[in-house]
Design a protein around this ligand. Structure first.
Ligand code: SF4
Length: 327
C-alpha cells in the first residue's frame, strides 16, 4: 500500500473542490471496497478525502418519495421502519449483501460505487481493461465462472456486485447528484454503464460529481416482493445470480411487476421485456417460465459461467413464485 494523505471535509463544496483541484485525491466514506483496492494496489490515491461528516445520512419521506441520504449505512437502511414497510424489497436486498459488520460500515453511495469483484481486476499481474485500459481481458478466455451473460463486450465481461442496486433498479429509483456544474438527477437505469469499449468507467458520473441521495417513488410493492440470491455459501458471498421481484397482485392477476437481475451483467439488469409480458397475466409457474425464456434470448455464456444460462431463468421463476405466494 502506498503512503497517502488524509483530510476530513464537512461541506459539499469542500468535498467537490478537493477532488477537482487534485487529480490524485479520492473520496472515502465506509471504505469497505476502497481500502481493499488500495491494499492490493489496484487503486492508488495519494490523498483520501473523508466525506463522512457531510449531512447526508437522512432517511425520510418527501412527498410521494422515500429519500435516502448517500451516507446512510446499509444496515440502517435495511432496518429502517419506513424502508421495511414501504420498500421491503430494498430491505431484503440489503440484508442479503455482504456481512453484518460490512453493512454496518458501508454507505448507500459507496454500495453504488463499488467495483467489480472480477479476480483479474484485483490481480495487478494480470491483464485487465478495467484496471488498466488497453491491456486486455484476462477473464474472457480465463476462469470466468462469476462473469456476465448479458451486455458484455470483447473488452470486459465483469459483473456489477451489488445486491442493493438490483432492488433499486427494479424500484425505479433516482440518483441525486451534485457537482461542479450544479445539481442533477439520474434515473437509476442510466447510472451504471455497460462495458463497451470503455470498461474502466463503471458509471456515468464525471469527476467531482458527488452522490447525495437516492429517491424511490411510492409504489404498490409492499406485499408481494422477494429478493432471491443464489450464491456459493449462505452468507458473505457475491451472487451467482440474484433476482429482485416486486409484484402488484390482485387475486391471481398480475396488475404490474418490476424485475431486476444481479450477477449477470456489468450493470444492474432490468428485465423490462419480462415485465411487459407478465402484466395482465395470471400468476402461474408456466407464465413465469415463458417470461424467463424471453429474458434469456440474448444471453451468452463464456465457458465456466455457462451454468448461469440455466440458473438465471430458474432463479427468476423461483423468485416470482415466492413473491406471488398469497399471505
Ligand atoms: Fe478486467 Fe473486466 Fe476482463 Fe475482469 S472481465 S479481467 S474486470 S476487463
Amino acid at each position: 500500500m502506498i503512503n497517502f494523505g488524509y483530510t476530513r471535509v464537512s461541506t459539499h463544496k469542500a468535498a467537490i473542490d478537493a477532488v477537482r483541484k487534485d487529480s490524485a485525491a479520492q473520496w472515502i466514506a465506509g471504505g469497505t471496497n476502497l481500502v481493499d483496492l488500495m491494499k492490493k494496489g489496484v487503486t492508488t490515491p495519494e490523498k483520501l478525502i473523508d466525506i463522512n461528516n457531510l449531512p447526508l445520512k437522512d432517511i425520510r419521506k418527501e412527498g410521494n418519495k422515500l429519500y435516502i441520504g448517500a451516507l446512510a449505512l446499509n444496515s440502517e437502511v435495511a432496518e429502517n421502519e419506513l424502508v421495511r414497510t414501504q420498500q421491503p424489497l430494498l430491505s431484503q436486498a440489503l440484508q442479503a449483501g455482504a456481512s453484518q459488520q460490512i453493512r454496518n460500515m458501508a454507505t448507500v453511495g459507496g454500495n453504488m460505487m463499488q467495483r467489480t469483484r472480477c479476480p483479474y481486476f484485483y490481480n495487478t499481474d494480470m491483464p485487465c481493461n478495467k484496471r488498466e485500459p488497453g491491456t486486455g481481458c484476462g477473464a474472457l478466455k480465463g476462469f470466468n465462472r462469476m462473469h456476465a451473460i448479458f451486455g458484455t463486450s470483447e473488452n470486459c465481461i465483469a459483473v456489477h456486485p451489488s445486491d442493493m442496486c438490483i432492488a433499486l433498479i427494479a424500484l425505479d429509483a433516482t440518483v441525486l447528484v451534485t457537482g461542479p456544474k450544479g445539481d442533477c438527477r439520474i434515473p437509476f437505469q442510466n447510472f451504471h454503464r455497460l462495458p463497451g469499449d470503455a470498461p474502466h468507467k463503471d458509471n456515468t458520473l464525471e469527476r467531482g460529481e458527488l452522490i447525495t441521495a437516492i429517491e424511490i417513488p411510492d409504489n404498490p410493492y409492499q406485499k408481494h416482493v422477494h429478493y432471491l440470491k443464489v450464491r456459493d455459501r449462505s452468507s458473505y458471498a457475491f451472487a451467482l445470480v440474484s433476482v429482485a421481484a416486486a409484484v402488484d397482485l390482485q387475486g391471481d392477476k398480475i396488475n404490474d411487476v418490476r424485475l431486476g437481475m444481479g450477477g449477470v451483467a456489468h450493470k444492474p439488469w432490468r428485465l423490462t421485456e419480462a415485465e411487459n409480458f407478465l402484466k395482465g397475466k395470471t400468476a402461474t409457474e408456466a407464465t413465469f417460465r415463458q417470461a424467463a425464456e424471453l429474458v434469456m434470448k440474448n444471453a451468452k455464456g463464456y465457458g465456466h459461467n455457462n451454468f448461469k444460462l440455466k440458473l438465471a431463468p430458474n432463479t427468476l421463476v423461483e423468485a416470482l413464485k415466492t413473491a406471488t405466494v398469497k399471505a
